[in-house]
Structure formats: structure tokens, C-alpha cells
Design a protein around this ligand. Structure first.
Ligand SMILES: Nc1ncnc2c1ncn2[C@@H]1O[C@H](COP(=O)(O)OP(=O)(O)OP(=O)(O)O)[C@@H](O)[C@H]1O
Length: 363
């Protein structure tokens, strides 16, 4: 067993950094720890690895309590592979020696195969100062995997790689971890990376883990408007119950969560950009003006303002529609499917007040 269990873990330096964190990563699962800079991700990883003590709480790896305030298991005895943000290679050792550090001589073939996995075939003889930052980071990944740990902690391991290499190396590394059943905690602030690489995503904000769920659940049915906005682009519109559905700036949408049990009420509606159907030729849908066009290769983001009341929207379009839309065009907008929503009188409306389209520059 190599699960990771945190119960009530807190840590402060000058100010609180982690507050009463509960997190459970089951044996063999990959969890991405997603949060903004300074939210406490690295601190959490360092406590699990044993480089920092927790001020309060209990850390259990498998069935061994490794930190409970009274006793702390040393880092080298925790069976954890750790890849820090800054690679931290041994400068006086070659790449191969860095990766093979701690391996028996007969396991040396593993070194070449790991170097190949991280895209560094043939560079085993070089020294860290002869590598780029991204190459050093990949050596650090190979070194952590070489001892075949049951638990791996990765702190933004792909951050310094260019987009194409990042995807390839990430796929290879995550495949190895998944195939070997290694319990993994991957720190990232990249939403796409978190959602595509992990079985579950733990969202951390101001030192608190707010949610830990499957990526699809988090994306489609987040707990709050605030959580929705922190995981991808989100149109968050005010709505009101009506006898045939939910009335909002995009017309009357089909009855959604909780409608059947209500006869009134206001809510916040979540509509992801890809749920908006945009057409310049259609005669159905709410008319809107295109205010900005952002080309992202395979997809295009359109900023829109409804003609009726200027409600700001963001839509993701592809194909012919994307090719023809120009700023100041008038288009028609419809919603595909049944959107998720939060009733304003329910308990899960933290972040209420985020009522307009929330934009970030990430597609
Ligand atoms: N040793 C330390 N002494 C004092 N403050 C610290 C120490 N380590 C971390 N902090 C503070 O704790 C907070 C959380 O830092 P941490 O590195 O865990 O964040 P992070 O989410 O990993 O950020 P990033 O994504 O930028 O790496 C920050 O405000 C940081 O300045």
C-alpha cells in the first residue's frame, strides 16, 4: 500500500501557509494539485516528502504515520521520489550518475532507458551545467523514477519545457507512473495539464484544499461559481426560475438541477464557452455583437455582448464559423445542453457575485 493521507495538516511561516488540509490520494492514483502561485503547493509536497515538519496534523504514507507532531520519519526512509521545481541535480556528477545515484551497478541499463523516456538519449556523459534548464528538469524526473518509488511527488516538473516537448515528456512520464501503479502527486498551475494528466484534481487556494474530484466532475459540475472560474473559462450568468425552465440573458434554458423541486428562486448559471453555439446565419438564438476574436489554432475564442442588455459572453468556436467571424459582426447565440447551476439560497454559493463572463487568456 502506498496511499497518501493528510489529516488536518497546517503550516505557518510568518503567516499561515497551509490550513487544516485533508487530502487522500489512493494507492496507485495520480492526483494533480492545482493552485495559483503562493497557494501552498510546494509546502504541502515538502511536508509529505519530509523536508519540512507539519505544525499540526498527521501525514500517513501507506499504513505508516510519517509525521504526527511527535515523531517524524526521515525523508530517505519514506520511499518517496521527489522532483523539485529547480531540479537540484548534483553538480559534480554526470547526468548518468545523477540518474543512477542509489542504483546497483546491475541496474545501470535502467539509466539509459530512463534518459530515453525523458528525451535525453546520449546525454548521459554531460554535467548539469552543460544542460539547459528544461534538460536538467528532465534529468531530475529520471532520477526520481530510477529508484522505482511507490510514491512520486512532482513539483511543476514540465514547467520549463516548450509546449511540444512538454506534452511528449508529460505523456511518457505519466504513462510510466500509471503503468507502474505509482501513487503520484503532481503540482501544477496549468489547468489543462491537471485535467489531462490526473485521475483526480485537488484544488488548493490560500492553503486550503477546496475540492478533490475527477477532472470531468470538477469541470462540468464544480461546487461553486468561484471553483468554476478557477478551472477553465466560464460564463457565469444570473438566472431566475420560471415555469418552463431558467430565464437568463440567453433566453429560457431547459429545466436544470433542482428545478423540479422549486417554484421560484434565483441562481447563477454556468455555461462553458464550448456550450455556446454561435451562428452568423441562424435566425434563432439571442443576437449578440462580436467584440473580440482570439485565434488559438484549432479553436477561436469570441468575446460577445448581447444586443439586448450588453451581457458579456465568451464562446469557443471551430471550423467555418471561426474563420468568418469578425469584430462588430452580429451573430446569434444558443446554449447547447442543460447547464449546471447553483441556487442562490443553497449552501454552495461561495463566490456568489461573480455574475459576469469570467475571462482568462487560457483557451
Ligand atoms: N521557508 C519559508 N519561509 C518563509 N515563507 C515561506 C517558506 N516557504 C514558503 N513560504 C511562503 O509560503 C507561501 C506558499 O509557498 P509555496 O512555495 O508553498 O507556494 P506554491 O503554491 O508552491 O507557489 P509557486 O506555484 O509559486 O511555486 C508563500 O507565500 C511563500 O512565500
Amino acid at each position: 500500500m502506498s496511499s497518501i493521507q493528510l489529516r488536518g495538516v497546517s503550516k505557518a511561516y510568518e503567516v499561515p501557509v497551509l490550513r487544516d488540509v485533508d487530502l487522500s490520494v489512493p494507492d496507485g492514483e495520480i492526483t494533480a494539485l492545482l493552485g495559483a502561485s503562493g497557494s501552498g503547493k510546494t509546502t504541502l509536497l515538502r511536508i509529505i516528502a519530509g523536508f519540512e515538519p507539519a505544525d499540526a496534523g498527521v501525514v500517513t504514507l501507506g499504513d505508516v504515520v510519517v509525521d504526527d507532531g511527535t515523531r517524524r520519519v526521515r525523508p530517505q526512509h519514506r520511499g518517496v521520489g521527489y522532483v523539485p521545481q529547480d531540479a537540484a541535480l548534483f553538480p559534480h556528477l554526470s547526468v548518468a550518475a545523477n540518474v543512477g545515484f542509489g542504483l546497483a551497478r546491475k541496474q545501470r541499463h535502467t539509466v539509459e532507458s530512463l534518459l530515453c523516456t525523458v528525451g535525453l538519449t546520449g546525454l548521459g556523459h554531460r554535467y548539469p551545467h552543460q544542460l539547459s534548464g528544461g534538460q536538467q528538469q528532465r534529468v531530475a524526473v529520471a532520477r526520481a523514477l530510477a529508484i522505482e518509488p511507490r510514491i512520486v511527488l512532482l513539483d511543476e516538473p514540465f514547467g520549463s519545457l516548450d509546449a511540444q516537448l512538454r506534452e511528449t515528456v508529460r505523456l511518457d512520464v505519466m504513462r510510466i507512473l500509471a503503468e507502474s501503479g505509482t501513487t503520484t502527486l503532481l503540482v501544477t498551475h496549468d489547468q489543462d495539464e491537471a485535467m489531462s494528466a490526473a485521475d483526480r484534481v485537488a484544488m488548493i487556494e490560500d492553503g486550503q484544499v477546496l475540492a478533490h474530484r475527477a477532472p470531468r466532475q470538477l469541470y462540468d459540475r464544480p461546487r461553486s461559481p468561484r471553483a468554476a472560474a478557477s478551472l477553465g473559462l466560464a460564463n457565469l450568468l444570473p438566472g431566475r426560475w420560471c415555469p418552463v425552465g431558467i430565464d437568463c440573458a440567453l433566453g429560457v434554458l431547459p429545466p436544470a438541477d433542482g428545478c423540479a423541486s422549486r417554484s421560484d428562486g434565483t441562481c447563477t448559471i454556468l455555461i462553458r464557452p464550448e456550450q455556446l453555439l454561435v451562428s452568423a446565419r441562424s435566425t434563432t438564438g439571442v443576437p449578440a455583437r462580436v467584440t473580440r476574436v482570439r485565434f488559438h489554432g484549432g479553436t477561436t475564442l469570441l468575446d460577445l455582448a448581447t444586443l439586448d442588455d450588453g451581457t458579456a459572453l465568451i464562446a469557443q468556436v471551430t471550423g467555418a464559423e471561426a474563420a468568418t467571424c469578425r469584430v462588430d459582426d452580429t451573430v446569434r447565440v444558443r446554449v447547447s445542453g442543460t447547464p449546471h447551476l447553483w441556487w442562490d439560497d443553497s449552501e454552495t454559493t461561495e463566490g456568489r457575485g461573480v455574475q459576469q463572463a469570467t475571462h482568462s487568456d487560457t483557451p
